[in-house]
Design a binder for this molecule. Sequence first.
Ligand SMILES: Cc1cc2nc3c(=O)[nH]c(=O)nc-3n(C[C@H](O)[C@H](O)[C@H](O)COP(=O)(O)OP(=O)(O)OC[C@H]3O[C@@H](n4cnc5c(N)ncnc54)[C@H](O)[C@@H]3O)c2cc1C
Ligand code: FES
Ligand code: FES
Length: 482
Amino acid sequence: MSQTIRFFLNGQAQDVSVRPDMTVLDWLRNAPRLTGTKEGCAEGDCGACSVLIGDPAGEAVHYHAANSCILAMGQIDGRALVTVEGLKGEQLHPVQEAMAENGSSQCGFCTPGIVISLAGLAAQRGAARAGLAAANGEANDNDIHDALAGNLCRCTGYRPIVEAARKVLAAGGTTIAGPQVAAFERIEPHATISASGSTFHQPDQLGLLLQLRKERPDAILLGGGTDLGVALADYHSDWDEVISLAHVRELRAIRETENHLSFGAAVTWEEVLDRIAGFYPSFATLIRRFGSTQIRSMGTIGGNIGTASPIGDGPPALIALGAEVELASLSGHRFLPLEDFFLDYRKTELRDDEVIASVSIPKPKEGQEFRVYKISKRYDQDISTVCAAFSIIREEDQVRSARIAFGGMAATPQRAGQAEQALIGTSFDLKAIKACSAAISAQFKPLTDWRGSADYRLEVAANLAERFWRDVAGELVEVMAL
Ligand SMILES: Cc1cc2nc3c(=O)[nH]c(=O)nc-3n(C[C@H](O)[C@H](O)[C@H](O)COP(=O)(O)OP(=O)(O)OC[C@H]3O[C@@H](n4cnc5c(N)ncnc54)[C@H](O)[C@@H]3O)c2cc1C
Ligand code: FES
Ligand code: FES
C-alpha cells in the first residue's frame, strides 16, 4: 500500500501524499500554486479547469483534455499531467503563439482552458501526422469545434480562436514536451493508495476487482468519475474508499467478432466513438454531442449505464440496437438485454457484489436502418430533454423487426413496445408511422421539469418517429439542430 500518488507534472516526476479523493484542481491551485488552471463552474461544464492527461499508447504518449475540477488525484496516479504553465518551454507553445498573434486571447478565466483544449487537439494531430496514432482524415473545422465544445466563453466569441487553431493544424499539429513512453515504467500505478483516511484501490485484473467488490460492497466504484466527480466537487463529498476501474484490463478491452462489437465497461466514450462511427454513423453523431471532449475522454460506457439516469444518452441508442450487458461477480457472469437492467428510477439489476463488465452491440444487419436523435436546449455540452432511438430491419420492403427506445420520457430508459408493433409487417409508409407516433403518445407519461414540459416531450417524441421515416426516405439530411 502506498501513501503517495506518483505522476509526471509538466514533465517532472512527483510523489505526492494527499487524500486521493482531493480534486486535481484543488491540489494544483493550492500546493504547487499553478493558478493558470482556473475554477469556473466546478462541475465539468465550462472548461476553465482543463488540463492535459497523458498515457502511453504504443510508441507515443496520448494526450487528451480533462476537467481537473471533477478529477480526483488518485485518478492521475501513473499518468502525466500537463497544465497551461507546462506548455511553454523556452518559447511559447505554437497554440499560445497563434492565439497571441491572432488576437484570440480573451478573458483570463477561459483562455488557459481554451489553450489546453487546442493543445490537446494539436498534439493528437501531430501524433497522427508522425504515424504514431490513427487519424480519421485531415483535421477540419468540425474537429476544432469539437475540441472547443467544452470551453464556454460568454463574452466575445470563438471566431479568432478557431482561426488560431486552423493555423496550428495547417502546420501539422504539435507535440507536448513531456516524458517518453519508457519513462512511465518509473511511475507504474499503485495497487492501493491510502492517505489521510481515503483509500483508492486500482486493481488491474477482473478477478482482483471482483474480490475487492465482494469484500467492500460499500466502496465507491469509480469509472471515469464524470458523474461521481460532480458530487465530489459540488457537494464536497468524501470518498473514504474507492475501487477504480480504470486499470482493469478486461474492462478496458474492445472486442470485435463477426457479428458483435463488445466494449469493456471502462472504455471511454471517445474510444467508443472511434470504433462505432464506421458501423452506426448516427450513433457517432450522438456521441460527438455527449458532453465535451473533456467529458468523453474521461466518462465511460459502463458509467453511463451504472448511473442509471433516465436522461443518459447511451442507453436509448444501445437498447434500440439490441445491446446486451454483462454483469460479473465471483459467482459468475450473467448477460441481460440492456432494457432489463433498469428496474426503476436509479434502480438496477446490479447486485452488491457485481460490476458491469461489458456491453455488446450487434453489428448492422442487411436492411437495417438506425437513427438516434438528441433533443436538448443547446447543441453541445447539454443534457437531453428527449433522446429517441429507432432501428428497423426491412426484408423485401416489409419491416421484419423494429426496436424503439426513449430517454427522458419515464423514470428509466424505455422501449416503446406498441410503437414497434405498429411498424412490424408494414411497408414502412406514412400510415404506419402515424400509428407508431400514436402508440408513443399513448405509452408515455413524462414529467414536466425545467428542460421541458410533459406535453412538449410527448409531442417531440411522437414527431421524431416521422423524422426517422423522412430520414430513412432520404428527405432530410443530418442537420446541426438534431
Ligand atoms: C459536464 C458534463 C456533461 C455531461 N454530458 C452528458 C451527455 O451529454 N450525455 C450523457 O448521457 N451523460 C452526460 N454526462 C454524464 C456522464 O458523463 C456520463 O454518464 C458518463 O458516461 C459517466 O461515466 P463515468 O465513467 O464518468 O461514471 P462515474 O462517474 O465513474 O460513475 C457513475 C456511476 O456508475 C457506477 N459505475 C461506473 N462504472 C461501473 C461499472 N463498470 N459497474 C457498475 N457500476 C459502475 C458508479 O459507481 C457510479 O454510480 C455529463 C456529465 C458532465 C459532468
Ligand atoms: S471549473 Fe468548469 S469545467 Fe471545471
Ligand atoms: S473568454 Fe472568458 S467569457 Fe469569453
